[in-house]
Design a protein around this ligand. Structure first.
Ligand SMILES: Cc1ncc(COP(=O)(O)O)c(C=O)c1O
Length: 394
C-alpha cells in the first residue's frame, strides 16, 4: 500500500468525532478552517497512548530519575537536532501545556502592565488577546503585501517603537501567510531587538511543515546575540495532528532569560501536561519521522492542487504558502459586500477561517486548510469554484 493512502480518513468518520473542526458547522458544510489536520495520527503516537490506556496508568507520571514531562523535552532536543540542525541543551527547555500559555507567561515575565508589544499582522488571532488580556499595549505592525508575498515592514516596526516597548511577538513560519522568514529577515528582527533592548517571543509551532525550496531557521540559532533575546515556543501538535494532547515547550536562548522567567512565573502556573500528551509528544519526536515525511509529501501535493484550482477561479488569488497547510486566499477580486468567509459559508457551504480574524481590513480574505483527504479537498474546491463562478457571473 502507498504509505500516503494510510493517512486519509473519510468525511463520515471525521464527522463522527468530537473536535472543533468538524463540530462547528452543520454537517452540510465542508470544514476548512482551524489549523487541525484531518489526517490519521501516526501509529507510533497511537501505540504510545494505547499502552497507557491498556494499563489504566492514570497515576502521577514519573520516569525514574526525572519528571515524566522532561522525557518529552529530551525527545524534542533530538528532533530539533535531526530536523533543524539545532543543538539544544535540555536545561534551556521549560515544559508548558500549550503555546499560547507560553506566550502569556513570556509576556508576564518580560514586560510590565501597559508596556508596548509589537505584533506583525495579519496574525494568528489569539496573539492579540494574549497581549490585551495581559494588559499590555498591542502595537499593530501591518505586514506589506508584495508581488512575492507578505513581508515584515521593518521601517514601520521601528517607527512604532517607543520607550515603553518591550517585546516583539513573532510567528515563524507565519500563520496565516505561510511565509518562512529568511536569514535576512531574521537578522533584521534580531537587530531591531538589540537596538531597542527588546525580547523576542517566537512561536515556531509550524517549523517542521516547510516545503521544498525553503528552510526554517530557528531564531535562536542565528547568533548568540539573537539567542540572548529569544524565547521560542513550539509543540508537536501541528506537525502530528494532536492538538487535544496538550504539551508545549519553551526554549530560552540564554540562562539569564530562563532565570528571569523562573523567578517571575510560578512553576504551578505552567501546569502539568497529561500522561497522554507526554507519551504522544515523546513518541512523535522520537519515532515520528517516517509518518511526518509521508505527511509532508502528501501536503506538498495538496498545496499544489489548491494553488492550481485557485489560479483558475475568477476573483481569487494566493501567494503559494512556503510552510503550513494553510492557504491565505485573496477574494477581493469578487467585489463582495460582506466578508468572504460568510459569503462562501452561504454560497459554497465551505467553512473557511475568517480573514478579518487575522487583522482588520482582511474581510476580503479567507484561510483554507488543505490538510484533508483528496476527495474532501476536491469537494471543497469544487464547491468554491462553483460559488466563485456564480458570484463573478451574477
Ligand atoms: C501559530 C500558532 N500558534 C499556536 C497555535 C496553538 O497552539 P496551542 O494550542 O499549543 O496554544 C496555533 C494553532 O493553530 C498556531 O497556528
Amino acid at each position: 500500500m502507498n504509505l500516503q493512502d494510510d493517512l486519509f480518513l473519510d468525511a463520515e468518520f471525521l464527522r463522527s468525532r468530537r473536535n472543533s473542526k468538524w463540530k462547528r458547522f452543520p454537517d452540510t458544510v465542508v470544514p476548512a478552517w482551524i489549523a487541525d489536520m484531518d489526517l490519521k495520527a501516526a501509529d507510533v503516537v497511537q501505540e504510545a497512548i494505547e499502552a497507557t490506556v491498556r494499563q489504566r496508568d492514570y497515576g502521577y507520571p514519573r520516569r525514574h530519575a526525572i519528571p515524566a514531562e522532561r522525557i518529552a523535552a529530551e525527545a524534542w532536543v533530538g528532533w530539533a537536532a535531526r530536523r533543524h540542525g539545532w543543538e539544544v541543551d535540555p536545561a534551556d527547555v521549560v515544559v508548558a501545556t500549550d503555546v499560547m500559555q507560553a506566550c502569556v507567561a513570556a509576556l508576564l515575565s518580560f514586560s510590565e502592565e501597559g508596556d508596548g508589544i509589537l505584533l506583525p499582522t495579519p496574525c494568528y488571532p489569539p496573539f492579540r488577546s494574549c497581549i490585551t488580556d495581559s494588559r499590555r499595549r498591542l502595537i499593530d505592525c501591518p505586514m506589506s503585501e508584495t508581488p512575492e508575498g507578505f513581508r515584515f515592514d521593518f521601517e514601520a516596526m521601528e517607527a512604532a517603537i517607543d520607550d515603553s516597548t518591550r517585546m516583539i511577538l513573532l510567528c515563524n513560519p507565519h500563520n496565516p501567510t505561510g511565509r518562512v522568514m529568511t536569514v535576512e529577515e531574521l537578522s533584521a528582527v534580531a537587530e531591531l531587538a538589540e537596538k531597542h533592548d527588546l525580547i523576542v517571543f517566537v512561536d515556531e509551532i509550524h517549523a517542521d511543515i516547510v516545503y521544498p525550496g525553503f528552510r526554517h531557521i530557528p531564531l535562536a540559532t542565528l547568533s548568540s546575540g539573537a539567542a540572548a533575546r529569544t524565547v521560542t515556543a513550539t509543540s508537536a501538535t501541528k506537525s502530528f495532528t494532536t492538538p487535544a494532547l496538550r504539551l508545549a515547550l519553551m526554549h530560552f536562548g540564554a540562562p539569564a532569560l530562563r532565570d528571569r522567567f523562573e523567578k517571575t512565573i510560578p512553576k504551578a502556573l505552567m501546569g502539568k501536561p497529561a500522561i497522554t500528551a507526554i507519551d504522544a509528544s515523546t513518541a512523535a519526536w522520537t519515532d515520528g519521522d517516517e509518518w511526518f515525511d509521508t505527511t509532508m509529501s502528501y501536503l506538498g501535493t495538496a498545496r499544489k492542487t489548491v494553488a492550481e484550482a485557485v489560479a483558475a477561479m475568477p476573483g481569487l488569488s494566493l501567494h503559494l504558502p512556503e510552510s503550513t497547510y494553510l492557504a491565505f486566499i485573496d477574494c477581493r477580486g469578487l467585489g463582495l459586500d460582506r466578508p468572504a468567509s460568510a459569503h462562501f459559508l452561504d454560497t459554497a457551504r465551505v467553512g473557511f477561517s475568517e480573514g478579518e480574524g487575522f487583522a482588520k481590513g482582511y474581510e476580503g480574505w479567507i484561510r483554507l486548510n488543505f490538510s484533508t483527504a483528496p476527495d474532501i479537498l476536491g469537494e471543497m474546491l469544487t464547491r468554491l469554484r462553483a460559488a466563485c463562478l456564480e458570484t463573478a457571473g451574477g
